[in-house]
Design a protein around this ligand. Sequence first.
Ligand code: ZN
Length: 186
Amino acid sequence: MFDQEKIQQATRLLLEAIGEDPQREGLLDTPARVARMYEEICGGMQQDAAEHLSTTFEASEAGMVVERDIPFYSLCEHHLLPFFGRAHIAYLPSGRVAGLSKLARTVEVFARRLQLQERLSAQVADALMEHLGAKGVIVMMEAEHMCMSMRGVCKPGTQTVTLVKRGAFEQDPALVDEFFRMVGQR
Ligand SMILES: [Zn+2]
């Protein structure tokens, strides 16, 4: 499980390694704060998307369900820096739908851990396919990566966009067009 003490030790080492004094007043509580922060922002590792998607409701007439502009924050596994943006999700139910907040919860489960944006998008799509038995799922994510904004190529504002299609969305371009129309309406 989550090792608070180890994060505190690592934070003290990091402070020393960059030439700081971990004993100076402003930094005394920093290791404990950082440990609590990592437990929160990596909290998705202790969760299972199935918990959120196990309660479904009968909706035999339901067409495409779209949730757009779901904000998310994640951590790039290459630099341990945040990437953040918005997710747009649609699925085609096969008779049963999830509660409205559950798509956002599913995004949180996978975003709150070390990630690649491509894998995050795929994990959300696969969880909805598996646990909702959806006929098709599409997940689009737009995000800014701090490892590109504040270091390296230093290009703030660049948006990385990923698109993952499963099931009916892979076979039917008209469904994908409809998704883009619905996501594009603002
Ligand atoms: Zn990175």
